[in-house]
Design a protein around this ligand. Structure first.
Ligand code: ATP
Ligand code: TYD
Length: 243
C-alpha cells in the first residue's frame, strides 16, 4: 500500500490517503511537542519507537477483543489503519494522581485513585483541549450518549488489559488518553497508544518512563521509551529504514 495525498499533518504524526478509500497511512514523525505545542523538538528515533510500540499494543488490545483501527505496520515509521470518522473527544483514565489532576485539584502526586477516574477532553488545539463532560458532548453534538457509553466501557477494558501487561514489565500505568472514531457505523479505538500519550512509572523506583521526561526536561526520553518496550518484549529495528 502506497501513500497518496497528505490529508493532515498533526504535531507528531502525518496522515496520508492510500489507494484504498477506507484505509489511511499514519506516519510517526520524530517531532515531539508539549504544553499545547509551545515546546517542540525532534527526538531521533521517536517516530520508529512509537510506531513499533503502538503496533505491539494495538495487537495486544485486538487479542483482548478491543476493536481498533490498526491493520499492520508497513515500515519502521508507518502503519496502515482503517479510515475513521474521528470523534473529537479524548478519553482519559487515571489510576494514580499526576499531571493535570494534581494541578487542578491539589491531590498529592502518586496517590492511588480507587476507583480509577474517567475524564473527557475536547480535541481542540486552539483552546488547549478543554475538559468537557457528557452533557456538553451531547448538547454540542460531539458524541451521543450511546457513543460515550461505549467509549467509556472500551477505555476501562483497555485499562484492565494494559495495567496487567505493564505490571508484568514492572511498570505502573499511571494514566492515559485514548481517541475513538466510527468505522462502518461502529466505535473503534484509533490514533496511538505510546509513552507520548500515557504516564508509566517504574513499579519499584517510580521513575518516570514517559513523555513527562520531555515535559520536565529530565533527558533520556527515547531511551526510556525503548526500555518500556524492551520490558514488554518489543523488538525495535536497529537502524532507521527508509520506506
Ligand atoms: P493530538 O496530539 O491532540 O492528538 P494532533 O492532531 O497534533 O493532536 P497527531 O497524532 O500528530 O495529533 O495527528 C494524528 C491525527 O490523526 C490526529 O488528529 C488523530 O485524531 C488522527 N487519526 C488517528 N487515527 C486516525 C484514523 N484511523 N482515521 C482518521 N484519523 C485518524
Ligand atoms: P493530563 O494530566 O490531563 O494532561 P497534562 O499532563 O498534559 O497536563 O493527561 C493525562 C494523560 O493523558 C497523560 O498521560 C497525557 C494524556 N493526554 C494526552 O496525551 N493528550 C491530551 O490532549 C490529554 C488531555 C491527555
Amino acid at each position: 500500500m502506497k501513500k497518496r495525498q497528505e490529508l493532515y499533518a498533526g504535531k507528531a504524526k502525518s496522515v496520508y490517503t492510500t489507494d484504498a478509500p477506507d484505509r489511511l497511512i499514519l506516519e510517526f514523525r520524530d517531532d515531539t511537542s508539549a504544553f499545547d505545542g509551545k515546546r517542540k523538538e525532534a527526538l531521533e528515533r521517536k517516530g520508529m519507537v512509537n510506531n513499533v510500540f503502538n503496533a505491539f499494543i494495538m495487537e495486544r488490545l485486538e487479542d483482548a477483543g478491543i476493536p481498533t483501527h490498526f491493520d499492520k505496520r508497513l515500515s519502521d515509521t508507518e502503519s496502515l489503519v482503517k479510515k475513521m470518522d474521528m470523534i473529537p473527544v479524548e478519553c482519559v483514565v487515571r489510576n494514580i494522581a499526576a499531571g493535570g489532576l494534581v494541578k487542578r485539584l491539589g491531590v498529592e502526586e502518586g496517590a492511588t485513585l480507587e476507583p480509577p477516574t474517567f475524564e473527557l477532553f475536547l480535541k481542540d488545539d486552539e483552546r488547549g483541549d478543554p475538559m468537557i463532560n457528557e452533557s456538553l458532548a451531547e448538547t454540542f453534538g460531539w458524541a451521543t450518549p450511546e457513543q460515550l457509553g461505549e467509549m467509556k466501557a472500551l477505555t476501562f477494558k483497555v485499562n484492565r488489559v494494559l495495567k496487567q501487561l505493564f505490571a508484568e514489565g514492572e511498570m505502573l500505568l499511571v494514566d492515559y488518553k485514548l481517541e475513538f472514531g466510527l468505522y462502518d457505523g461502529r466505535i473503534i479505538l484509533g490514533d496511538e497508544f505510546s509513552p507520548d500519550g500515557c504516564r508509566l512509572w517504574d513499579a519499584n523506583t517510580r521513575e518516570k518512563m514517559d513523555k513527562d521526561r520531555f515535559r520536565q526536561g529530565l533527558g533520556g526520553v527515547i531511551e526510556a521509551y525503548e526500555e518500556v518496550g524492551r520490558r514488554l518484549g518489543v523488538v525495535f529495528p536497529e537502524g532507521q529504514s527508509t520506506p
